[in-house]
Design a protein. Structure first.
Length: 187
């Protein structure tokens, strides 16, 4: 189940607010300038669907977003829990960083944990199958795929070459819940 938890940046131990209802999460995130939507596949997808089949299933929403925000490239990435480089891949975006590009992800399958550092708050968004998140360019954030990552995600880019992480050097991410802690709390 998707979840938004809001923390003060100085209080990682206790969330100020926890939301599970999608419309409420989307409203709260919209106030912070963050896009959050639910998408439905136009046709059922097989687990072994190709990139083209995945994109075709969500074409209407992809095109709407491209028209609204000017994105120019779309791809599909997937990660399985037994990926030999999973620990390295997880570490890559685990510290607070920004991008010069929006970070736009739609979860075709699986889940991932985005933590957005906006003002003096941390907005922690557990994205699940069917969720689209759009993190605006320049937003301080980190992403945790967990120790056994499982997701298939559609990515939209304005310029994929510009999509590099600029680390802030702040160790704040280490003080906040990791993916597995969030999973335990949700159970
Ligand atoms: Fe990022």
């Amino acid at each position: 189940m998707s979840r938004l938890r809001i923390f003060s940046e100085t209080q990682p131990q206790q969330a100020l607010l926890t939301l599970h209802e999608h419309a409420a999460i989307a409203r709260e995130l919209a106030q912070a300038g963050v896009r959050f939507e639910r998408w439905q596949a136009a046709q059922p997808l097989q687990p072994d669907a190709t990139q083209d089949e995945v994109i075709a299933a969500y074409r209407t929403d992809i095109d709407r977003l491209i028209a609204a925000a000017g994105y120019r490239a779309v791809d599909v990435i997937s990660l399985a829990p037994d990926h030999p480089d999973r620990a390295t891949l997880r570490k890559k975006f685990l510290d607070e960083h920004t991008h010069a590009e929006d970070e736009v992800r739609f979860f075709v399958a699986g889940s991932g944990l985005f933590s957005l550092h906006i003002g003096t708050r941390i907005l922690e968004v557990l994205c699940e199958q069917g969720d689209l998140i759009g993190v605006p360019d320049g937003t301080r954030h980190w992403f945790d795929m967990g120790p056994a990552p499982h997701f298939v995600a559609i990515r939209l880019f304005g310029n994929p070459q510009g999509w590099v992480a600029r680390f802030t050097g702040d160790d704040i991410a280490a003080r906040f819940p990791r993916y597995e802690a969030g999973q335990a709390a949700a159970a």
